[in-house]
Design a protein around this ligand. Structure first.
Ligand code: GAL
Length: 451
């Protein structure tokens, strides 16, 4: 009796408290736990209200997919995959939560904030490799996806090299949608012809060519964009200068970052920087590509999403643009892979799995990649759907030595990469090579495998 007597007022009190909270505009922690179908989300109308706003309204489900594909061939590629998704799942509303900014520089910050607030999207784009394992898996934010791999037979069609980069302790944590190549040198063939120069095969040839272009009046023969594109350029020069063994040794702890070989690679990078545009920090990767398209620069080093952008501009391969491996990297495929994950606590878990099924499917990959400017992760794709550049990338992927990208999450965890990026930022300002090398040595000791 006593207990019952007490319990009633307690319930009344709780109800009153709840009403009071609602009247005050609610509280993020209470609303997510209890009231999916009511309208208590009005306080979080920025990026965080989508999960509740779209759940089962009029019987409609939703899936919120997070990426940084908002421009060029990237957005168009994503749209093509969304079309496949909507054909298969017409009752699920697709919420495209892409945040602009190349290489995910902005998106990943927004994602980190959301994850911290326990507000994950249903699925997000992440890079296979240390970015995935060192960040999201380490923080226990993802569900293992082995059940999907088994159900769909994905182990038979996804590259063997990729699976360990997405796995820990036998658990596979993401679904790769593509393979991108980082070490691509794009050029404007009309400009090369006009100046009487050719595509270079070695760093020395490249420097001589760019010297000639500068002497002939082209101020900045190599188009560069904001800082992440400088980091991207840097990783390709490390590969060019050190070779694949030396490059890989940087990341597995068997290399001495203070060696004369690394010093030479940094000097090569410094030399490359003497050919770039002075407004680089204000330009996106597309802007840098545009300088080549417009003939203001001859070259641009970028991942092959740049090729997707060129095709988005209706440019014709081998007429309006040509490509080669970054000088002194032929035979090496510096790769990265975009993959999608299933977070623990995905607001719409079933729909998120449906999205992953499309991302991992032949149909989804063959819709996405020909437009995105990447080759499919799956080995059974329909080659005839891919343009001449991507067919050449498929051949290289199958035959080249494969090494991982730094800028796009394969070889270094996020903290190590951030330290390298900070060192690079300082170097771009000061030009102090010795200090750059010292900072890189320290970064490997602090956040990498160096002792
Ligand atoms: C990379 C990503 C690519 C492309 C690129 C430029 O990190 O893997 O798919 O989006 O950034 O934004």
């Amino acid at each position: 009796m006593q207990v019952q007597k007490l319990r009633f007022p307690l319930i009344v009190l709780m109800l009153l408290f709840g009403l009071l909270l609602a009247a005050c505009g609610g509280d993020a922690t209470t609303e997510s736990a209890t009231t999916e179908t009511t309208e208590t989300t009005e306080t979080t109308e920025t990026t965080t209200d989508t999960s509740t706003e779209t759940v089962d309204e009029g019987g409609m489900q939703a899936v919120e997919v997070f990426s940084w594909w908002t421009g060029g061939g990237e957005a168009a590629g994503l749209e093509a995959m969304i079309v496949v998704f909507q054909e298969k799942y017409p009752d699920i509303e697709f919420i495209n939560a892409a945040v602009a900014g190349g290489a995910g520089t902005n998106a990943r910050a927004v994602l980190a904030t959301r994850l911290q607030a326990n507000d994950p999207p249903d699925s997000w784009q992440g890079h296979a490799g240390q970015e995935l394992i060192g960040t999201y898996v380490a923080a226990d934010q993802l569900e293992p996806l082995n059940f999907l791999y088994e159900q769909e037979g994905w182990l038979d069609v996804m590259p063997e090299t990729l699976i360990p980069l997405m796995s820990q302790d036998g658990n596979i944590y993401s679904v790769p949608v593509n393979i991108h190549r980082a070490n691509v040198l794009f050029a404007n063939p009309k400009v090369l012809a006009e100046y009487g120069v050719e595509m270079p095969g070695t760093l020395d040839e490249w420097f001589a060519t760019m010297d000639a272009l500068q002497e002939a009046g082209m101020e900045a023969p190599l188009a560069l964009g904001e800082q992440w594109t400088a980091l991207h350029l840097f990783e390709t020069i490390l590969l060019a200068s050190l070779g694949p063994d030396g490059y890989e040794a940087l990341w597995n702890g068997t290399s001495d970052w203070s060696s004369p070989e690394v010093a030479q690679a940094l000097a090569d990078f410094a030399q490359v920087l003497t050919y770039v545009n002075s407004d680089a920090s204000a330009l996106s990767w597309q802007d840098a590509g545009q300088l080549v398209v417009d003939g203001d620069a001859a070259f641009n080093v970028m991942g092959d999403w740049q090729e997707g952008f060129f095709r988005e501009l209706s440019l014709v391969p081998n007429e309006d643009y040509v490509w080669a491996a970054v000088p002194d990297t032929a035979g090496n495929f510096q790769f990265l892979s975009d993959s999608f994950v299933l977070p623990k606590g995905a607001p719409h878990r079933e729909a998120a799995i449906d999205w992953l099924l499309v991302a991992g499917s032949k149909e989804g990959q063959d819709a996405f990649n020909p437009i995105k400017g990447s080759i499919p992760a799956r080995s059974d794709a329909d080659r005839s759907l891919y343009g001449v550049y991507l067919q050449s990338a498929m051949d290289d992927w199958a035959s080249n030595r494969v090494v991982g990208s730094l800028t796009h999450g394969v070889v270094a965890n996020d903290s190590w990469k951030a330290e390298i990026d900070t060192a690079l930022g300082l170097f771009l300002g000061t030009g102090d090579l010795a200090a750059f090398q010292t900072a890189l040595v320290a970064a490997c000791a602090t956040s990498g495998p160096c002792q």
